[in-house]
Design a protein around this ligand. Structure first.
Ligand code: GTP
Ligand code: SPV
Ligand code: MN
Length: 600
């Protein structure tokens, strides 16, 4: 047992209560030091959780393979225990707080038997930021500790900041696999029965209880649970926004810099765009964050963005020199890989890495793999955990306490048809409408069938901790709280349009800089656009397509209004709106009616 490095009475009392509840074999207060991390990594190598990668090829890197039942967030086991179901809204699973607490007490009772309880003090947001939040995650997973050290500001500095009287958000996590005396541990302990996994939020406490899973957003509780679900409820009260957005800086050849935030659903390219290498000569992108942005109005009336995280938990498959050279550079060292393939030389590999598949490998499940075996080597939701500071294009201001002022907000999703490459909202209300109408064809990050259109308003469907109708109203209200001309301009982008034969119509990745350039020009008042029923579209020659070999038909497809497709779209959005009943702001019903009218 390590002695408590705090005198905060609330924290000490809560930890004592958790020890009594979970009955761990030992307790360790994490200090966040290098030595501590090294000790835990060594321990996990001994226990089989970690494989150390080739020190020459990937210094300081490890590979973990999860249990096959524990590979992604579990949305159907995620609960918002607000006082009433109405408050949680149709966008959330709700359970009565008192009943859920009883159930969880039963599950957590003795859940850490035979294991060490780690106490992780962490902060979301720079410690000197006015909106930083302190959490304490109590977990029985060393894997969680070493990931949290990369993804958050973690350790003694946080306890110092907390002080004797400071408030924290209690986050309890157990993999849900107690050990009987003498029982041999497994490399990835978890509760394999999906019905016994629980990711639970009590927004009124606020507190977080997570049971049964050790993977990503289920277990790294600072991320989706605190910085999105709980933070969104706090933000609503305090007048700011917690969003599923990347933040980037874009500098023109003339040296003008704009900050842009973008909300795309999970596995729809936030990490790619956040640190892209522009194909347009002279343009530069710098990265401030790839997954979460906290937005608040500054004293000057502009909207400022802060990344509450300190690392990237990015999808590995598809990450290549072509798609994301800066991510590849960020993960050359001090990175944890989960569920990718292991090559015989002790390096990692995944599908679409842009290098030939190894002749043999160990796949994500630990089995022998060959390129012709018919199985994927890496799990589609396999991920890397890497320090943001290692990104070659990290923005110098990424940790600024005030955040950065946004010039534009992009929404997007994976849409094979109908949605153009880019269009711009004609007003703030229209922009909120575009966000509310966000949708994507599903992928592996969310459990479910691939290729089915799922409405994902603001890319926040799995992450909004309260009634989405109220959330829409909160977004709309920003225009009443500041000079609306100071708010960021709103755009909708779609890199994923396909031809009838299924080929991508837009080359994407670094070429998306051409769209970003137009966005900047629109902000500055120089970009050419035509007003259409769906908003402003670039005129045919407004996009800088120099050096790009794009077929004229494809371009027309990308930049025209598919009236019949949009009529279907309107009805689909209307159907999704009907879920929110009288909580849906009338401004959005109006936007929908106007769009319907404009389409004829
Ligand atoms: P989460 O971390 O799950 O929130 O997701 P994310 O939005 O950061 O997703 P990520 O960047 O990992 O998404 C990667 C997926 O998007 C891969 O399948 C990429 O191939 C695809 N992708 C990203 N950018 C582009 C693009 O410009 N064009 C096309 N066609 N695909 C893209
Ligand atoms: C997402 O699913 O949007 C992620 C990955 O960013 S996880 O942190 O696992 O939720
Ligand atoms: Mn995400």
């Amino acid at each position: 047992m390590s002695a408590a490095p705090t005198t905060n009475p609330k924290l000490l009392a809560w930890v004592e209560e958790m020890i009594q509840l979970c009955q761990p074999a030992g307790v360790h207060w994490c200090d966040g030091s290098e030595a501590e991390t090294q000790r835990l990594c060594d321990l996990m190598v001994q226990g089989g959780t970690f494989t150390k990668l080739n020190e020459k090829l990937r210094p300081g890197c490890y590979l973990a393979r999860s249990h096959a039942s524990d590979v992604a967030r579990v949305e159907d086991r995620t609960f918002i225990c607000a006082k009433t179901q109405e408050e949680a809204g149709p966008n959330n699973h709700w359970a009565d707080p008192a009943e859920m607490r009883q159930r969880l007490l039963g599950l957590f009772k003795g859940s850490m038997a035979g294991r060490t309880m780690y106490i992780i003090p962490f902060a979301m947001g720079p410690l000197d930021s006015p909106i930083a939040k302190i959490g304490i995650e109590v977990t029985d997973s060393a894997y969680v500790v070493v990931n949290m050290r990369i993804m958050t500001r973690m350790g003694q500095a946080v306890l110092d900041k907390l002080g004797v009287g400071g408030a924290f958000i209690p986050c309890l996590h157990s993999v849900g696999a107690p050990l009987r005396p003498g029982q041999q541990d497994v490399p990835w302990p978890c509760e394999p029965d999906p019905k016994k996994k629980y990711i639970v939020h009590f927004p009124d406490d606020p507190s977080i209880w997570s049971f049964g899973s050790g993977y990503g957003g289920n277990a790294l509780l600072g991320k989706k649970c605190l910085a999105l679900r709980i933070a969104s409820t706090i933000a609503r009260r305090e007048g700011w926004l917690a969003e599923h957005m990347l933040i980037l800086g874009l500098t023109s050849p003339q040296g003008t810099k704009h900050y842009v935030a973008a909300a795309f659903p999970s596995a729809c390219g936030k990490t790619n765009l956040a640190m892209m290498q522009p194909s347009l000569p002279g343009w530069k992108v710098t990265c401030l964050g790839d997954d979460i942005a906290w937005l608040r109005l500054g004293q000057d009336g502009r909207l400022y963005a802060t990344n509450p995280e300190t690392g990237f938990f990015g999808v590995a498959p598809g990450t290549s020199q072509h798609s994301n050279p800066n991510a590849l550079a960020a993960i050359t060292r001090n990175t944890i890989f989960t569920n990718v393939a292991l090559k015989p030389d002790g390096d990692v590999w995944w599908e679409d890495m842009g290098v030939p598949a190894p002749a043999t490998a160990i796949d994500w499940e630990g089995n022998d793999w060959t390129p012709d075996c018919g199985r994927k080597a890496a799990h589609p939701n396999s991920r890397f955990t890497a320090p943001a500071a290692q990104c070659p294009v990290i923005d110098p201001d990424w940790q600024s306490a005030e955040g950065v002022p946004l010039s534009a907000i992009l929404f997007g999703g994976r849409r094979a048809t109908t949605i153009p490459l880019v269009n711009e909202a004609v007003s703030w209300e229209h922009g909120v409408f575009l966000g509310s109408a966000c949708g994507s064809e599903t992928t592996a990050a969310a459990l479910g069938k691939a290729g089915v259109l799922r409405r994902d308003p603001f890319a926040m469907l799995p992450f909004c901790g309260y009634n989405m109708g109220d959330y829409f109203a909160h977004w709309l209200a920003l225009a009443q709280r500041t000079d609306r001309r100071k708010l960021p301009r709103v755009f909708f982008t779609n890199w994923f349009r396909r031809s009838d034969s299924g080929k991508w119509l837009w080359p994407g990745y670094g070429e998306n800089s051409r769209v970003l350039k137009w966005v900047c020009e629109r902000v500055e008042g120089t970009g050419q656009a035509v007003e259409t029923p769906i908003g402003f579209l670039p005129t045919p020659d407004a996009l800088d397509l120099s050096g790009l070999n794009l077929n004229g038909d494809d371009l027309r497809h990308l930049l025209s209004v598919d009236v019949e497709g949009w009529k279907k779209e309107v009805e689909d959005v209307a159907a999704s709106y009907s879920n929110y009943k009288d909580r849906l702001p009338s401004a959005l019903t109006e936007q929908l009616a106007l769009l319907r009218q404009r389409l004829g």
